[in-house]
Design a protein around this ligand. Structure first.
Ligand code: ADP
Ligand code: GLC
Length: 484
């Protein structure tokens, strides 16, 4: 199959969260299966300096954007014979310090930036010489693409258009802009109604994708069910229910060529299920790196996370206040909301021997934390998939998770299957419930044979991309079976 992917972030070029990991790995997997894969993404600052092989294509784009015209260049990087990255170079839009925001504030022209990006994707889908058969777009930043494709097939002479697939990585981010932003699409006014892209007098980019894409996927089976409900549907549950036959929940995979415990340049102490001693050395080194007492006997808990309400960082603060009287340590790597950044810095000041906090984004440290900790805390309010609980398992670190979305789908609690338990789950979204889960973890730590069994089960669990990639191919076949 010939597949064109589009995403506003892609590992290893740009990343604010799991979207980047997922899209980077999906592209590699599909190309590895033998398919022709292209991937469109913005050319952000610094990429050309870091990836010298990125080259300009002889392809200049000039498209209407509302009342004006905007020009862009297409740059490209050939990753392998079957995988090409297409970068959209539009310096005014994309050469900025942040991807979507600075100092916690969204860029005011995000609608223009990503409507334009989506138009460029449709342009590539239409004119790439290898003629993509399926266009797979990710999240709101690219969710207008299926509509542009549909519109151009209906009224702009584009015959044999590709089928389309939208993946929702997080329904809470919809690209919802005042009605005036609709002008940027340069589409006929007829699309701006509740059956189209309008959402309470706003342009809703994600809704456009849900309405106009052939199929919709999201990143875990449980989240696919959750988003049909009022509790998790963020106002789009009705429209998702209407399309329920075309919605598929596919659990993300782990790129085991990156998230590995041996031959990993971020880890000074390699280890494996058979040779676990390296993990202990990693723990001691991590305690030292974070300025905590170096002691193998103290259970070490950790979190690597965006500091946003979604991630349960509020109940985590409450639970830690309750639990830090016990012998334990806690490490946090994260950034995001200034309120939570300060609250965690303050926690570290008050418990200097127990809490280590690093505010920032640091890939190497995220690997060392996954590798060196005993328990990984993910008390998310909601979690479409979540990757760290799967990375943790491979790294022999036991996840403590709330039963929501992909967390529920990828961790086995001992109440579900004692022989196969890989982690600790709790249900109620509250600090005391999380504190109880942490207490269970402390008890597990005191029971070495059981602790080891959890660890080994997790390290053996298989979240490989091969399976995930096969599910996507089946979903693409469904898309191709749709009549458009
Ligand atoms: P989300 O995409 O909602 O943030 P995921 O669990 O899917 O959550 O993915 C988060 C990804 O971002 C993981 O690869 C995680 O290691 C990484 N990450 C999050 N915060 C940081 C940080 N401060 N430093 C380094 N990596 C981070
Ligand atoms: C989103 C979700 C996260 C998911 C990631 C990759 O950022 O919040 O749960 O793992 O996308 O699909």
């Amino acid at each position: 199959m010939k597949i064109l992917l589009a995403s506003s972030e892609v590992h290893p070029f740009s990343k604010t969260g799991g979207l980047a990991d997922m899209v980077g790995a999906l592209a590699k997997t599909l190309a590895g299966f033998g398919h022709r894969v292209g991937l469109v993404t913005p050319l952000y600052s610094g990429l050309r300096e870091k990836f010298h092989k990125i080259k300009k294509l002889n392809w200049d784009i000039n498209l209407p954007l509302g009342p004006g015209q905007v020009a862009a260049e297409v740059w490209t990087l050939s990753v392998s014979a079957r995988l090409t990255i297409y970068f959209i170079r539009q310096p005014d839009f994309f050469e900025r310090p942040g991807l979507y925001q600075e100092a916690g504030r969204d860029y005011p022209d995000n609608a223009a930036r990503f409507v334009f990006f989506s138009k460029c994707v449709a342009q590539l889908a239409r004119y790439l010489p290898w003629k993509p058969e399926l266009v797979h777009v990710h999240d709101w930043q690219a969710a207008l693409v299926p509509l542009f494709v549909r519109h151009q097939s209906l009224s702009d002479g584009w015959h044999r258009v590709p089928h389309t697939c939208l993946t929702i990585h997080n329904l809470a981010y919809q690209g919802n802009f005042p009605a005036s932003a609709f002008e940027l699409t340069n589409l006929p006014a007829g699309y701006f109604n509740p059956k189209g892209v309008e959402f309470f007098n706003h342009l809703n980019c994600l809704k456009a994708g849900i309405v106009f894409s052939d199929i919709i996927t999201t990143v875990s089976p449980r989240y696919a069910r959750e988003i049909m409900t009022g509790q998790f549907g963020c106002g789009l549950e009705g429209i998702l229910q209407q399309r329920r036959e075309s919605v598929f929940g596919i659990l993300n995979g782990v790129d085991y060529s990156e998230w590995r415990t041996t031959r990993n340049s971020f880890l000074r102490h390699p280890f494996s299920a058979k040779r676990i001693s390296g993990k202990l050395s990693g723990k001691l080194a991590l305690q030292k790196e974070m300025g905590l007492p170096v002691n193998a006997k103290i259970p070490l808990f950790a979190t690597v996370s965006r500091l946003a309400d979604q991630k349960g960082v509020d109940i985590l603060l409450g639970a830690l206040e309750e639990m830090l009287g016990n012998e334990m340590q806690f490490i946090l790597l994260g950034n995001g909301s200034p309120f939570f950044e300060n609250a965690y810095r303050d926690l570290a000041r008050r418990y200097p021997d127990k809490v280590g906090v690093r505010i920032g984004f640091d890939q190497g440290l995220s690997h060392r934390i996954e590798a060196g900790s005993d328990f990984f805390l993910m008390p998310s309010l909601y979690e479409p998939c979540g990757l760290n609980q799967m990375y943790s398992q491979r790294y022999g670190t036991i996840p403590v998770v709330r039963t929501t979305g992909g967390l529920d789908d990828s961790v086995v609690d001992d109440s579900e299957d004692p022989a196969k338990a890989t982690g600790i789950k709790f249900a109620e979204y509250s600090a005391p419930a999380l504190a109880r889960a942490i207490r269970r973890a402390l008890n597990l730590f005191q029971d070495p044979p059981r602790f080891r069994a959890y660890r080994i089960n997790g390290m053996k669990a298989d979240f490989s991309w091969r399976r995930t990639g096969e599910h996507y191919l089946r979903a693409y076949e469904q898309a191709q079976a749709q009549l458009t």
